[in-house]
Design a protein around this ligand. Structure first.
Ligand SMILES: [Zn+2]
Length: 448
């Protein structure tokens, strides 16, 4: 009896792991991924009128890319004879787009309380099924890599693993598990009575004091986080906190950043407020997300320290546009952030802060990510710089620059084509005619 009780807990996880491994193996064999019928032959040649390879800011005419398996073999060279050629005609070939700020397991809802309910009341399995749908939509929109900055119940970790195992179809995911923040702060904004809904703790990313926050980081990494997301400042879509106040102390920030960096995990800091951003930058974070109320001094500090700005213009635009649907305090925060954000972005451009493309998809409907290119261009960013932000520079922020972000021999065959000359019409990015991820064709409209 005693033996049975002792052996069961030790055996159960192994048995479960064996079952899961068997399920994954059979599922990946049985379930064809999108485009598998059109799966890449050993070698394929892509041709189009133009290519923007993201190694610089220029567009070249006469794009030819040779792909073998999941790798790019050559760009601009001669095409080998006797292999399949896909000629996309009057289009621009580009590296697969990278969104540095998504939430693939949640989705915009017009009704704020419905949005909240879906986020935290759905069963994890249900969230995962929705997430798989949003992941596929994101990939079909041309985004072959995303950095997913916050999800409940480790559903994002499961989604990433399922995509990697070819059980689900979606972009390469660099993912954060739970965002880390303070009780009552932006990531803990649901003020339900504690006797009805158990308050969240470090496992769910909510912590007070440096040691609890260190523990929160360790838990996210233990269960598979590739990056750490934190909320040093208040936010827009949370009911109970001011949008710009600091919500983590310098001691908590130092504990979080040092712990994450020890494991080579970067730290992405959600910050609208300037004071909060300065504390986060002093602690050594790698990027500031949103940045609505950043002052020029803080932007200069970011430039000097190489801290990226991930502007999420789409989230700012969308929450402002839908402000009437939100509770009054959230509407007021959305409008205040939108009023400040445009000038902040222009100052960041002028100062030369490194900018990585990121949208906050999930705050708006998945699949609209590429509208961010046009929104950045509207504020004076050149189309070429916007494209670099969404390819080469985002890859650097994610630490994936040797794998993705440019069209170069040896890199992953993550390739997008958009109609016409992309530098003449940046909105062409919103209508990809061809998407290839790791050599596998996901979208092909037209071409021969
Ligand atoms: Zn976000």
């Amino acid at each position: 009896m005693t033996t049975q009780i002792r052996t069961q807990p030790a055996c159960a996880p192994r048995a479960l792991a064996t079952i899961l491994t068997a399920m994954l193996a059979s599922a990946s064999a049985a379930v064809p991924a999108a485009g598998e019928e059109a799966a890449a032959p050993p070698t394929v040649v892509l041709k189009a009128a133009h290519v923007f390879d993201s190694t610089g800011a220029t567009l070249k005419d006469g794009g030819t890319i040779v792909v073998r398996g999941d790798r790019i073999v050559s760009v601009g060279g001669a095409a080998p004879a006797g292999v399949r050629v896909i000629d996309l005609g009057d289009a621009t070939l580009l590296p697969g787009f990278i969104d540095s700020h998504t939430h693939l397991t949640m989705e915009f809802e017009k009704d704020y309380y419905h949005f909240v309910y879906n986020r935290i009341m759905r069963f994890p399995a249900e969230q995962a099924l929705y997430g798989a749908q949003y992941a596929r939509r994101t990939l079909e929109a041309g985004f072959t890599t995303v950095r997913n900055l916050g999800a409940s119940d480790f559903v994002d970790i499961g989604l990433r693993n399922a995509i990697n195992a070819a059980v689900a179809v979606g972009p390469r995911m660099v993912t954060a598990a739970h965002g880390i923040g303070s009780p009552g702060g932006h990531f803990d904004n649901y003020a339900y009575p504690p006797d009805r809904v158990k308050p969240w703790g470090p496992i769910e990313g909510i912590c007070s004091g440096p040691e609890a926050c260190r523990e929160a980081v360790r838990y996210q990494m233990k269960w598979g986080a590739d990056v750490i997301k934190i909320a040093p400042s208040g936010g827009v879509l949370s009911e109970t906190d001011p949008v710009d106040v600091p919500q983590l102390t310098p001691e908590e920030l130092a504990a979080i950043v040092s712990e994450a960096h020890k494991w080579n995990r970067k730290v992405a800091a959600h910050c609208h407020g300037d004071n909060a951003a300065r504390l986060a930058i002093a602690a050594g974070v790698d990027s500031i997300e949103h940045g609505s109320f950043l002052t020029e001094d803080t932007l200069k500090l970011m430039k000097s320290k190489g801290v990226y700005l991930v502007p999420t213009r789409m989230a700012v635009y969308w929450t402002n546009k839908n402000a009437d649907n939100y509770p009054p305090n959230i509407a007021a925060k959305a409008r205040a952030a939108a009023a400040a954000h445009g000038n902040m972005f222009k100052a960041a451009l002028r100062i030369g802060v490194p900018i990585a493309f990121g949208t906050d998809a999930g705050v708006f409907p998945h699949g609209m990510n590429a509208q961010e290119f046009g929104l950045m261009a509207d504020l004076g960013m050149t189309p070429a710089a916007a494209l670099l932000a969404g390819t080469r520079d985002a890859a650097k922020l994610l630490g994936l620059e040797t794998e993705v972000g440019t069209l170069e021999a040896g890199k992953a065959a993550d390739i997008v084509a958009v109609p016409g000359n992309v530098l003449s019409d940046i909105h062409a990015t919103e209508h990809p005619v061809f998407v290839m991820h790791l050599g596998r064709i996901v979208v092909q409209k037209g071409g021969s």
